[in-house]
Design a protein around this ligand. Structure first.
Ligand SMILES: [Zn+2]
Ligand SMILES: [Zn+2]
Length: 139
């Protein structure tokens, strides 16, 4: 079984991109994490300068390794479904926490919907915005 790291290296090679230390560090910082904002990501790869992190993320987005999760005008970064189990998010608009959710029932409804419209879906993202239990307790 190939690891996520091997798959990542394959994608770079197949796209004639070299496997640099900076790229590997950025990938590993995102692996198995909840979505990170750019600021946090930069802090997690201390040996890599900011510009290299930005460039790596830019490349990863182009190669469909990383995707953006938008919350208002802000966004967080996470690995695409190629590297993490397919899931959706609940995003708290107060504290910015992102809670992953995985609901088989929801997947079935989406499939049925697509079928009903003779539509062949290749990807979908669902995100709920609101207040997490901590934040709704305060207000
Ligand atoms: Zn919250
Ligand atoms: Zn889904």
């Amino acid at each position: 079984m190939s690891s996520a790291r091997d798959d990542f290296i394959d994608i770079l090679k197949n796209n004639q991109q070299s496997v640099t230390k900076a790229r590997l560090s950025v990938f590993e910082a995102l692996l198995g994490q909840e979505p990170l904002d750019m600021h946090t990501l930069v802090a997690r790869v201390p040996k890599t300068d900011r510009a290299s992190v930005y460039r790596a993320v830019e490349l990863f987005e182009r190669l469909d390794i990383v995707q953006r999760l938008h919350t208002g005008w802000k966004y967080k970064l996470e690995l695409t479904d190629k590297f993490t189990a397919h899931h959706h998010h609940l995003t708290c608009i107060n504290c910015g926490r992102t809670i992953p959710m995985n609901e088989a029932e929801l997947e079935r409804v989406i499939e049925d919907l697509a079928k009903a419209h003779h539509f062949r879906p290749t990807a979908h993202q669902i995100e709920l915005q609101g207040y997490c239990h901590r934040c709704s307790a305060v207000s």
